[in-house]
Design a protein around this ligand. Structure first.
Ligand SMILES: [Zn+2]
Length: 206
């Protein structure tokens, strides 16, 4: 059985893995920006890496290496490192996405509150269309309008729908495609995924 040279300490533990690069969104994909991270000198190859791996060596010392600097280590260490680097990249991407999603949610909420504070135009009866089950009314508010069921009144529910329709138009004019709760659920989804990948990464480092 081959034995390792005693002068070269091996990796005993992976302590932490971090991808320090910034991410930007290009065509719906979040890509790392080369050169945007913190360059840290590597104890193994003497180059500088933006993905930092902290390890403990077999002689008890700590070392800083990069994601591709574990050649010659045991298969287990190499495989754990590969998975941990992949999880660290995902974590970095999710953090960037979450920061943007939180920002979008805050802006959408502010825009909706701004719209709620606007004085809406008064509701006006636009049209009365004869129908076999009674007259059918169309009510308008600015550029929004709403139908009322034949024979039914323009009641609080219909008034609410009309006001909401008018506010939705003002909200969309401010550049928002989706309602604030939709931005909120994106934030929740990303937070869940980030928590999962952090647990995964926690299990991979040892
Ligand atoms: Zn290196």
């Amino acid at each position: 059985m081959a034995t390792k040279l005693p002068t070269i300490p091996t990796i005993a533990r992976i302590i932490d893995v971090r991808d320090t690069r910034d991410r930007i969104e290009i065509d719906d994909r979040w890509v790392p920006v080369p050169g945007s991270g913190d360059l840290r000198p590597c104890d193994r190859c003497c180059r500088e890496h933006e993905i930092h791996v902290d390890v403990e060596l077999s002689d008890g010392r700590r070392a800083n290496i990069g994601s591709g600097c574990a050649r010659g280590e045991s298969m287990e260490v190499q495989s754990r490192l590969k998975s941990a680097v992949s999880a660290a990249k995902t974590r970095s991407r999710l953090r960037a996405e979450l920061a943007v999603a939180k920002d979008e949610h805050a802006h959408s909420l502010a825009a909706w509150r701004e719209v709620e504070a606007l004085q809406p135009p008064s509701a006006e009866l636009l049209e009365e269309i004869p129908h076999e089950r009674g007259v059918r009314q169309v009510w308008g508010m600015g550029d929004a309008n709403v139908w009322v069921l034949p024979g039914a009144k323009f009641d609080a529910e219909r008034q609410g729908v009309l006001l909401n329709s008018w506010r939705s138009k003002r909200y969309k004019e401010r550049g928002f495609e989706r309602p604030p709760y939709s931005y909120q659920s994106r934030v929740d989804d990303l937070s869940d995924r980030l928590a999962k990948i952090e647990r995964k990464l926690g299990a991979l480092v040892f």
